[in-house]
Design a protein around this ligand. Structure first.
Ligand code: TYD
Length: 138
């Protein structure tokens, strides 16, 4: 599990002069079953979200509207992805520290998640995450 396993998934697009349509099917377009959907919205300028990692959760992040940056860190490598299309999903595997910033005005960040909310699945402290991430990489 590294940032190389986190990639942009090009979701199906049904282009239509009445408006475009995109859909996501669990197990077909993304490698997990969807148990939860949540979204960030009304994000004030300059705000940062994320700042945590998950032990077992798989997620797909979609910029439903507007744009933002996602910074990924697996304990060894880092990369930043600019999200600005509602037909691209960023798959984030477990054991990845993520931070989200640079939200545009009106941005909506939707997340499809493989499990229910569980605070015990979080690393909230970067030092604790790095400690365990290094063990996983070894
Ligand atoms: P958190 O995941 O820390 O947000 P961020 O995107 O900034 O990392 O969640 C913020 C708060 O919302 C925290 O108190 C937990 C709560 N929360 C839920 O109750 N259910 C959820 O599905 C999520 C994602 C968060």
């Amino acid at each position: 599990m590294s940032i190389h396993d986190c990639s942009i998934i090009d979701l199906p697009r049904i282009n239509d002069p009445r408006g475009n349509l995109t859909f996501v099917e669990a197990g077909r377009h993304i490698p997990f079953n969807i148990q939860r959907v949540y979204y960030l919205y009304d994000v004030p300028g300059g705000a940062e979200r994320g700042g945590h990692a998950h032990k077992a959760l798989h997620q797909l992040v979609i910029a439903m509207s507007g744009s933002f940056d996602i910074h990924l860190d697996d304990g060894q490598s880092k990369k930043t992805i600019h999200m600005n299309r509602s037909y691209y999903g960023l798959y984030i595997c477990p054991m990845i520290w993520r931070e989200i910033d640079n939200f545009s005005s009106g941005a909506v960040c939707m997340v499809l998640a493989s499990d229910y909310y569980d605070e015990l699945d979080y690393y909230r402290q970067y030092a604790e995450f790095i400690n365990d991430a290094v063990k996983v990489i070894k």
